[in-house]
Design a protein around this ligand. Structure first.
Ligand code: NAP
Length: 296
């Protein structure tokens, strides 16, 4: 900014070439910064667990939601609650059965979501890539096929989700936001857990985020960030605890807030990463782990 330029001139220069609807002026209200109004967001792994909870958060932020999951049907009680919220708010909510590792099928689902979004008058704006799998096996015994399966779902699946979300955004000229669900396990090796394949996959997702952010920030204006949870009580962790109940004690030893996470703890962080409130943030990792990684 030249010494003589006013703040509004600087704002105009900053937003040159950016459609007005996609600008984030400094004086935007707090509510608008965290709003997803007139935006459609796709969520993989949206059939249960963290994904279906984040679907509720997007609806609460005023966004339309398309859930994708390999499950034939979403979890009944949670889905009924989402339908109630969507109906009360006049928002779109759809469920698509899809395997994130099947590129042709996934591309078809993103085309459907694009068409649904256009019909709703709420352009496709981004996604949360939340589908993921976990497995506890010692590294000395880890079967190659299982190791590769974890990478295929957690890494290739996240990549294909981001790729097809970005292709729709680029086609429509929308400067959207992509959130990849990684894990604190991308940065630390969880004490007591023999999950080398999973941890490797989550580190890959964090690096994928930086690479995609580097490619898509300019000229497309597409932001890509990871959200890295700590331990959350979901079906995934229930399965781990069922085979090794002693793990809970180890996990609690690192819980600086004296509790494990709940899916609801990630609603605000996910909405922040999607919404205009984080418009200057890309290629970053937001770790939300109840302090777990802060102590040895
Ligand atoms: P979850 O309850 O098992 O939910 C994951 C969903 O993804 C399931 O419905 C699962 O279906 C689905 N899925 C699996 N493979 C898929 C595929 N190929 N295509 C489409 N959908 C597929 O797990 P969660 O705890 O909510 O985890 C959600 C995300 O958070 C994962 O990426 C996980 O790694 C991450 N995370 C979880 C924790 C935690 O403590 N829970 C911590 C850090 C990060 P199936 O049931 O058929 O497998």
């Amino acid at each position: 900014m030249s010494p003589s330029a006013t703040q509004s001139e600087a704002d105009l220069a900053m937003h040159a070439g950016v459609p007005e609807s996609q600008q984030t002026p400094a004086n935007t209200s707090h509510t608008a910064l965290f709003s997803l109004t007139k935006k459609t967001v796709a969520i993989t792994g949206g059939g249960r667990g963290l994904g279906i909870t984040l679907a509720g958060a997007v609806l609460e932020a005023g966004g339309h939601v398309a859930c994708l999951d390999i499950l034939p049907e979403p979890a009944a009680a949670e889905w009924a609650a989402l339908q109630k919220t969507a109906k009360a708010s006049g928002l779109g909510l759809s469920y698509h059965r899809a395997d994130v590792t099947d590129e042709a099928a996934l591309a078809g689902v993103f085309d459907e979501i694009d068409a649904e979004s256009a019909a709703l008058g709420a352009p496709f704006y981004g996604c949360i890539a939340c589908a993921g799998i976990q497995q506890k096996v010692t590294a000395l015994e880890y079967p190659q096929a299982d190791f590769e399966r974890i990478q295929r779902v957690n890494v290739t699946g996240a990549f294909l989700t981001a790729k097809h979300a970005a292709r729709v955004l680029v086609k429509n000229g929308v400067r959207g936001s992509i959130v990849l669900i990684a894990s604190m396990s991308g940065q630390v090796a969880n004490r007591g857990l023999t999950c080398t394949a999973y941890n490797t996959s989550k580190a890959a997702v964090q690096q994928m985020c930086r690479s995609l952010a580097q490619e898509w920030g300019h000229p497309y204006g597409i932001r890509v960030n990871t959200l890295s949870p700590g331990y959350i009580r979901t079906a995934m962790t229930d399965d781990l605890l069922a085979t090794a109940p002693e793990l809970e004690k180890i996990w609690m030893a690192g819980a600086l807030l004296n509790r494990l996470g709940a899916p609801e703890d990630f609603k605000a962080p996910a909405i922040f990463l999607l919404s205009p409130g984080s418009s200057f943030m890309t290629g970053a990792d937001l770790r939300v782990d109840g302090g777990h990684c802060a102590s040895a």
